[in-house]
Design a protein around this ligand. Structure first.
Ligand code: HEM
Length: 405
């Protein structure tokens, strides 16, 4: 089956990008204690080769970086990904350009705008995926659920025709593989643009009830988005909205499935879902680090940072800081809620966090409702979370009481 071939392909990409690092946290904890702002002089980063890279490990130092976009610019992201996402990608914009752009796109991602999508789109996608295995009594939830789930939701939000979803999924996989196979990523980016162009032209003429129409007609003080700006946003939605959510839904399921007492507690008291989701996103963020570039000579936690240096907030390290989270390596849905940094901070704070939370909540509710006695398959192939930059489980082989229809 084409979809499964593609997912095999994605597996190869995942292995290359993630590597089989099970535990990056012990080393990160050591560096956070000994050298919380760590200078490295060797770099493959796309900034001035002679400049060092600074890794930032502590929560408060990261907040300082992310709240000062004048000193720590996001423009390095366009140097990294401009070939694939275009030069108008909001993740790489600084103020005031970013503010204007974000104001134009943010309405579509507010909690209010998403609420009506819950039953008509998110639940529908989750139910259809579960339908395919509910009678079997066993499933592999990464391939059969967590990966296709956010891709189909983004395709649905964009208003893409149902029959195009498999092709959209294939392009998504190629685009996401950009870091290991740039040619393939760039080709997919061009193909996606060709695909979106007539749809965008149509929505400019005749708006539908979908995200492309919202973007085509968004206007603030007489300003609207150009075609190129819309293409960049649509392309960004794949890594930003698919890869992160597929990985974090997997991490959430892994956390619960490998702690059956907590799984039972959440299954029988769904009011625990919000704190469970936050704990999973703290414990294993899908993305361990993000990037900025210093625009001027500065000092962070007493460490001098020359202009032009790359600066990398290590979100995963901040979330395991023992001074903020007692016993930080433990997945514990009952811990006292303390905000995490997995969605970033400041002006670039994740635009899709409400959608990500909604997707995870719907996924858990429906998996619990429809798969009684859901548990890890003890005969499974050693499922574990892995990755040095992106993290998620290798697989989630599960057993449950099969539905007899
Ligand atoms: C658990 C899932 C997710 C995590 C952990 C996550 C994490 C992040 C982080 C850390 C940033 C800030 C990056 C930076 O400052 O350089 C960010 C930005 C962003 N995210 Fe997410 N994200 C998730 C889900 C989503 C979803 C579902 C969408 C959309 C459908 C999305 C869309 C975006 C966009 C568009 C930005 C750029 C915002 C801006 O530049 O102003 N994300 N995300």
């Amino acid at each position: 089956m084409q979809l499964f071939d593609d997912l095999e392909d994605f597996g190869a990409f995942d292995a290359a990008v993630s590597g089989d690092v099970r535990d990056p946290y012990t080393e990160m904890a050591r560096v956070r204690r000994e050298e919380p702002v760590q200078r490295l002089d060797m770099s493959a980063m796309p900034h001035e080769a002679s400049k060092p890279v600074f890794m930032v490990y502590r929560h408060d130092d990261i907040v300082e970086v992310l709240r000062d976009g004048e000193t720590f610019s996001s423009s390095i992201i366009i140097d990294f990904f401009g070939d694939v996402f275009g030069k108008h990608v909001m993740l790489g914009m600084d103020e005031p350009e970013h503010r204007r752009y974000r104001a134009l796109v943010s309405k579509a991602f507010s909690q209010k705008a998403l609420a009506r999508r819950e039953s008509e789109l998110v639940e529908q996608v989750a139910n259809e995926l579960i339908d395919a295995f509910v009678e079997r009594g066993r499933a592999e939830l990464v391939r059969e659920f967590t990966f296709p789930y956010p891709t189909q939701i983004i395709a649905g939000l964009l208003g893409l025709p149902r029959e195009d979803h498999p092709q959209f999924q294939r392009w998504s996989i190629s685009l996401l593989s950009f870091t290991v196979n740039p040619e393939r990523g760039i080709a997919a980016s061009a193909a996606l643009k060709d695909y979106f162009a007539p749809i965008l032209a149509d929505r400019r003429r005749r708006p539908h009830d979908d995200l492309i129409s919202t973007l085509a007609h968004a206007e603030i003080e007489g300003e609207s988005l150009s075609d190129e700006e819309i293409f960049s946003f649509l392309l960004l939605l794949l890594p930003a909205g698919v890869e992160t959510t597929y990985r974090s839904t997997g991490n959430l399921l892994f956390g619960l499935l490998s702690n059956p007492d907590q799984l039972d507690a959440v299954r029988s008291d769904r009011s625990l879902l919000p704190q469970t989701i936050e704990e999973a996103v703290r414990w294993e963020p899908p993305l361990l680090s993000i990037t900025r570039v210093a625009t001027r000579d500065t000092v962070l936690a007493g460490v001098p940072i020359p202009a032009g240096s790359a600066v990398m907030p290590m979100l995963g390290a901040a979330n395991r800081d023992e001074s903020r989270y007692p016993d930080p390596d433990r997945f514990d849905v009952f811990r006292t809620p303390t905000p995490h940094i997995s969605f970033g901070q400041g002006v670039h704070v994740c635009l899709g966090m409400h959608l990500a939370r909604l997707e995870m909540r719907v996924a858990l509710n429906l998996l619990f409702d429809r798969l009684p006695d859901l548990r890890l398959d003890p005969e499974g192939d050693d499922p574990h979370i892995r990755g040095q930059v992106f993290r998620s489980p290798t697989s989630l082989p599960v057993l449950f009481e099969a539905s007899t229809g």
